[in-house]
Design a protein around this ligand. Structure first.
Ligand code: ADP
Ligand code: MG
Length: 715
C-alpha cells in the first residue's frame, strides 16, 4: 500500500496553483454586477455538487451563436424578418384603447425613409414615456416584421440614447440560456469574465503555434467572447481551435504524467505455471474464443513483465469478458498472489461472486465477496482473510478500496464495466499494492478518438467476436398504443419457456418516480401472470434485490420487471425477450447495454422497443439504428454523431472532467497532435521544470488537470 499516493489523491484542492490564476478560480460573485441571485442561477448552470460556479467556468462557457446588430443606414434599408438596428425619432405614443383590455401600447418612430411601429404588451407606460419621449432620437434594435404591410417591432431588444451607441456590440454573442439570468446580463458577465483572463506565459510549442496561426490564449478568449463577425461563432474559428488544443494538450500531458508515474513504480513480474488456468479452463462448459485467448496472451505478457500493467479490455456486451478476468486472476494465483475484481453495482458484484466461486473453488482458490453490505463478523472475516492472504480472489464493489481494507500481496486489480473510471480512480486503485497490475474492462465501445483521450495512458485489447452460436436479436419498435398486444406476446413467450426482462423507463430522472412506474407495471403484470412476475429496482432493500435476481436466474420467476438497474453486466442466459418501455427516452448507448442482457443463450431473442409518439427526429434515428444493428461500435459512432461525446462516456452524470471547449468529433486531428506533443514534452522535461514546462503547469491548473502535478511532487 502506498499511503502517500492515497493522501495525495484525496486531498481537496491544491495550494500551489499560480496566484496569477486566482481571479479565474474566484467565485462568480467577484464579477461586477453578479449578486447572490445571479450567482445561484449560474451555480445551477455551471457549478457542480462540490463547488459553486467560478469565473473560469464562465470563461469557458462559450457563446452558442451571435446576433448581428450592425446598424442599417435607414429604416428602409433595415432587413425585415431578422434582427434590425437603426436610428429613428420618436413621433407618437399610442396608448391601448381602454375598451380593449389586452391591446398593446404602441410607439411610432420614423426617419426620412419610413416608419416602424413599436409594440409593447403589458407595457410599463411610465417607463416608456421616460425612456422614449416624443421627439427624442433613439437607436433601436430588435426583430423587424411586416404586419399588414406596415413595419413593426414587438418588444425591441434594445433602445439606446445615441450617446450610448458604443455600448451596443455590432456582433452580440448569445449564450446558452439559463433560468434567472437574462441574455443581456449573461453577455455582460461573460465579457467581464473574459476581462479577468490574465496574460499567461505561452505553453504551446512556438513553431507549432506559428504554423497553426494561433493567437495567445488571453487574446483567443477575448475574441471568443467578442466575436468580430457572425462567422466567428457559427463557423469553426482558429480562436476556438487554439483553446481546444490547449484543453486537449492539458489532458494528454496529464495522461502522459500518469502513465510515466505508473510505469515508474517498479512493477513485479507475476508469472505462473499455468496449472490453475488449465484446471479452470477444463471446467468451463465452453471453449475460449480466439479473441479471449488473444486478450489473455496480452494480459499475461504484461503481467510477466517487471512493469505495471495498465490495460483496457474492450469487448461488446456479451463478448465474454468475465471469464478473461477469471483467467487473469488465476494466473496471479499461480504466483501465490491476490487479485480483486471490482464491479460498479452490488447486483453485479454478487452475480460475479456467485458465478466465479464454484470455478475458483474447484481450482483450490478461495474467493470472497466484499461490498458495503458485508458487515460485522462476516466482514471482519473477509478483511482478515485478505490481510493474511487466505483469500486469493476478492470480488466486490468500490468498498474493496476503502481505507481499512489491506491485502497481503495484491497483484492484480480488475475493474469491470467502468468506462467512467477516471484517471483519478485508476491511480487510487494502484495504491492498494506496491505495483498492482490494472485491467479495466468495458463494454462501452469507445470510438477511437475518445479512447485516446480517456485511455491514452493504457494499452488496449479488444474482444471483437462474440462466442459462437449466438443468434441475432430481432429488434422491433412498437407504439405503446399496442401495449395490449405486447403483453399478449410476452404471455406466449413465457408459455413456451422463455424468460423476459421488462424494463421501465426513467421518469424525469427521478429514482422515486422510476420506482413508482416499475411498481405499477409489476402489479399490472402480476394480475395476469401471478407469481411468475418478479420486481427489481434500486430502492429495494439489498436482500430483496438478491432474492429477486436469484429467483429470476433460477427460473422461478419468468418475467422480471425492473428499472435500469439491470443495465450493466447482468447475465441470465435463458432470458431471451426484452421489453423496453418508453424506449424513446433512452440514449443509444443505454439501449444497447440493456439489449445486451438478452441474446446470450442459444435461443433466438427478441427486443421490443415500446415508444410513445410522436417521435422527434433524434429519437426516431435512435430506434432505427437499434433495429438495424447490434454492432456496438457502429452504435457508439452513431451515438457520438447524435449527441455530445461527454454523454457517450456518461461523464456528464459522473462529474468527471469533461471537455469544455474541445469537440473530439471535429478536433480529432488536434488530438493526435496533442498526444505526440505531450509525450515528447514529458520525455524531454519529465518534471516540467523547463521554461515551457513551467508554463505547462499553469495550463494544467487552468484546465484542472492538476492532479497530474501532484504526481510530479509524489515521484
Ligand atoms: P460481458 O463481456 O458482457 O461481460 P459475460 O462475461 O457476461 O459478457 O459473458 C456472456 C455470456 O457468454 C456468459 O453467459 C458466459 O458464460 C458466456 N461465454 C463467455 N465466453 C464464452 C465462450 N467462449 N463460449 C461460449 N459462451 C461464452
Ligand atoms: Mg460483464
Amino acid at each position: 500500500m502506498r499511503p502517500q499516493i492515497f493522501a495525495l489523491l484525496t486531498r481537496p484542492g491544491d495550494c500551489l496553483r499560480p496566484s496569477l490564476l486566482d481571479p479565474l478560480f474566484a467565485p462568480v460573485t467577484t464579477l461586477p454586477g453578479v449578486g447572490p441571485k445571479t450567482a445561484k442561477a449560474l451555480d445551477k448552470l455551471l457549478g457542480d455538487e462540490t463547488r459553486p460556479a467560478r469565473v473560469v467556468d464562465l470563461l469557458f462557457h462559450l457563446p452558442t451563436g451571435a446576433i448581428d446588430r450592425r446598424p442599417s443606414p435607414s429604416i428602409a434599408d433595415a432587413p425585415i424578418g431578422g434582427v434590425a438596428t437603426f436610428a429613428a425619432r420618436v413621433t407618437e405614443h399610442r396608448p391601448a384603447p381602454t375598451s380593449k383590455g389586452k391591446a398593446p401600447y404602441r410607439i411610432l418612430v420614423e426617419d426620412e425613409s419610413g416608419d416602424v411601429t413599436l409594440v409593447f404588451f403589458h407595457a410599463d407606460v411610465r417607463h416608456l414615456l421616460q425612456t422614449m419621449p416624443v421627439g427624442a432620437y433613439r437607436i433601436i434594435s430588435g426583430k423587424l416584421e411586416l404586419w399588414e404591410g406596415m413595419r413593426q417591432m414587438v418588444h425591441p431588444d434594445r433602445v439606446l440614447d445615441p450617446a450610448q451607441a458604443a455600448t451596443l456590440p455590432a456582433i452580440e454573442p448569445v449564450y446558452g440560456m439559463t433560468e434567472g439570468v437574462g441574455p443581456r446580463v449573461m453577455t455582460r458577465i461573460a465579457a467581464a469574465a473574459a476581462e479577468k483572463c490574465p496574460d499567461l506565459a505561452e505553453w504551446q510549442d512556438l513553431p507549432f503555434l506559428a504554423k497553426a496561426g494561433f493567437a495567445p490564449f488571453a487574446e483567443a478568449m477575448q475574441a471568443l467572447h467578442h466575436p468580430p463577425d457572425l462567422k466567428a461563432v457559427e463557423g469553426d474559428t482558429v480562436m476556438r481551435r487554439r483553446v481546444a488544443y490547449d484543453e486537449l494538450l492539458a489532458s494528454q500531458i496529464a495522461l502522459a504524467l500518469v502513465r510515466r508515474q505508473q510505469k515508474k513504480i517498479a512493477g513485479r513480474a507475476t508469472s505462473g505455471d499455468g496449472r490453475i488456468r488449465r484446471s479452470i479452463e477444463g471446467a468451463l462448459p465452453f471453449t475460449l474464443t480466439d479473441g479471449q485467448r488473444q486478450a489473455l496472451a496480452d494480459i499475461h505478457t504484461d503481467m510477466e513483465k517487471p512493469e505495471r500493467m495498465l490495460r483496457l479490455l474492450q469487448g461488446d456486451v456479451g463478448s465474454g469478458k468475465t471469464v478473461v478476468a477469471l483467467m487473469a486472476m488465476a494466473a496471479a494465483a499461480e504466483a501465490g498472489r491476490q487479485s480483486v475484481l471490482m464491479a460498479p453495482t452490488e447486483i453485479l458484484a454478487r452475480q460475479h461472486a456467485e458465478r466465479l466461486a464454484p470455478l475458483a473453488e474447484k481450482a483450490g482458490l478461495k474467493l470472497a465477496l466484499l461490498t458495503g453490505r458485508e458487515k460485522g463478523a462476516g466482514r471482519a472475516r473477509v478483511l482478515e482473510g485478505l490481510a493474511n492472504g487466505e483469500i486469493t480472489i476478492a470480488v466486490g464493489t468500490h468498498a474493496l478500496f476503502q481505507e481499512g481494507v489491506a491485502f497481503q500481496d495484491l497483484a492484480l486489480a480488475i475493474v469491470d464495466e467502468q468506462h467512467r473510471f477516471g484517471v483519478h480512480q485508476r491511480l487510487l486503485l494502484g495504491s492498494k499494492g506496491e505495483a498492482v497490475d490494472v485491467l479495466v474492462m468495458t463494454a462501452t465501445p469507445i470510438p477511437r478518438t475518445l479512447s485516446l483521450t480517456w485511455f491514452g495512458d493504457m494499452d488496449i485489447s479488444v474482444l471483437s467476436e462474440k462466442p459462437a452460436g449466438r443468434k441475432p436479436i430481432a429488434t422491433k419498435a412498437i407504439s405503446s398504443e399496442r401495449h395490449g398486444e405486447v403483453v399478449g406476446a410476452v404471455g406466449r413467450a413465457v408459455q413456451s419457456g422463455a424468460q423476459v426482462y421488462w424494463v421501465c423507463p426513467l421518469v424525469q430522472e427521478s429514482d422515486t418516480l422510476d420506482v413508482a412506474a416499475a411498481q405499477e407495471r409489476y402489479e399490472g403484470l402480476r394480475e395476469l401472470f401471478g407469481d411468475k412476475v418478479g420486481l427489481l429496482h434500486g430502492q429495494m432493500p439489498g436482500r430483496d434485490k438478491d432474492a429477486a435476481m436469484a429467483a429470476f436466474l433460477a427460473g422461478e420467476t419468468r418475467i422480471l420487471v425492473s428499472t435500469t438497474v439491470i443495465e450493466v453486466g447482468v447475465d441470465v442466459p435463458n432470458a431471451s425477450v426484452m421489453v423496453i418501455e418508453h424506449a424513446e427516452r433512452f440514449g443509444l448507448a443505454q439501449l444497447h447495454q440493456l439489449r445486451g442482457r438478452i441474446g446470450r443463450g442459444s435461443a433466438a431473442s427478441t427486443c421490443l422497443l415500446l415508444y410513445k409518439g410522436p417521435l422527434g427526429p433524434v429519437a426516431e434515428a435512435r430506434l432505427t439504428i437499434m433495429r438495424e444493428t447490434e454492432d456496438g461500435f457502429r452504435i457508439a459512432e452513431e451515438d457520438l454523431r447524435l449527441r455530445g461525446e461527454g454523454e457517450v462516456l456518461g461523464t456528464k452524470q459522473s462529474g468527471s472532467p469533461d471537455w469544455r471547449i474541445a469537440r473530439p468529433e471535429v478536433d480529432g486531428d488536434l488530438l493526435a497532435a496533442a498526444r505526440d506533443d505531450a509525450r515528447l514534452l514529458i520525455e524531454r522535461d519529465p518534471h516540467l521544470d523547463g521554461e515551457r514546462g513551467k508554463a505547462v503547469r499553469t495550463l494544467l491548473y487552468l484546465f484542472e488537470r492538476d492532479v497530474a502535478i501532484r504526481l510530479l511532487r509524489a515521484g
